[in-house]
Ligand binder design. Structure first.
Ligand code: SF4
Length: 239
């Protein structure tokens, strides 16, 4: 059986495993060659809690786009300090700076795909070059694209993406938060149930889906970290 076939077999087997069991497998097999991405919003807390209790020094990649709400940055600082986390900030390649500076306010609205590529996709592509395994907290119930994701995804460059929460629902997340008395993002109570960058996130109503406030009314539902944009390493090449 080839490695790709083995990953596919395990991905199928893991459909009936718990997130904790999937994390244990990844940490047992790949030890220090693992990093997890975290956006430090309320729904990120269960996986962050689970993973860092299994491996306290796990590398946590945080995309510091420069467009975050102040509340996100202070929440990230508080959790990092209180949980003693190994958080690594990922920022855009400085070679973009001369291009970005004159359009820094307008870019998220004028060209959100390019903005997400520069501030999220490319920094993450570079960061995961240092590991074999990238743990992500996406769930199938979040977007149409995520509904088709696999628990283990082998990329062409050998990177294994592990999505332990894929089969969890919003109710599972809320139950774990309540059971473990986990802290919540300060904007949750103001209607921000899914939080990205400030220019691209609005509060939502009780009957809206959690992600309805992300790029609302702009025909965009994903930043590109979990789509073909991420796998397409030459989306834009900086010389
Ligand atoms: S979410 Fe908005 S501000 Fe943040 S990187 Fe994407 S387009 Fe830019």
């Amino acid at each position: 059986m080839s490695f790709a076939e083995e990953i596919k077999r395990l991905a199928d087997e893991f459909e009936s495993k718990t997130p904790h069991e999937i994390l244990e497998w990844a940490l047992r097999e790949y030890g220090d060659d693992i990093a997890m991405s975290c956006s430090f919003q309320t729904q990120s807390m269960p996986l962050l809690h689970m993973a860092t209790r299994l491996k306290p020094d796990l590398r946590i990649f945080f995309l510091d786009t420069g467009y975050h709400f102040w509340e996100t940055l202070t929440f990230r600082e508080k959790i990092q300090h209180e949980w003693n986390l190994n958080v690594i900030d990922l920022r855009r390649d400085p070679r973009w700076d001369a291009f970005i500076r004159p359009i820094v306010r307008s870019l998220p609205l004028d060209d959100p795909n390019l903005c997400c590529y520069i501030h999220k996709v490319q920094p993450m592509q570079r960061a995961v070059n240092s590991v074999w395994v990238w743990i992500s907290g996406i769930r199938r119930d979040q977007t149409q694209e995520r509904a088709h994701a696999k628990i283990l995804e082998l990329q062409d460059d050998g990177l294994i993406k592990v999505n332990p929460l894929l089969n969890w629902t919003k109710a599972d997340v809320n139950r774990y938060i309540a059971e473990h008395s986990l802290p919540t993002h300060p904007l949750l109570d103001k209607g921000y149930r899914s939080i990205g960058c400030a220019p691209c996130t609005v509060a939502v109503g009780a009957s809206d889906s959690d992600r309805a406030g992300r790029w609302a009314g702009r025909g965009k539902t994903e930043c590109g970290l979990h789509t073909d944009m991420f796998r397409q390493k030459d989306y834009i090449v900086i010389k």
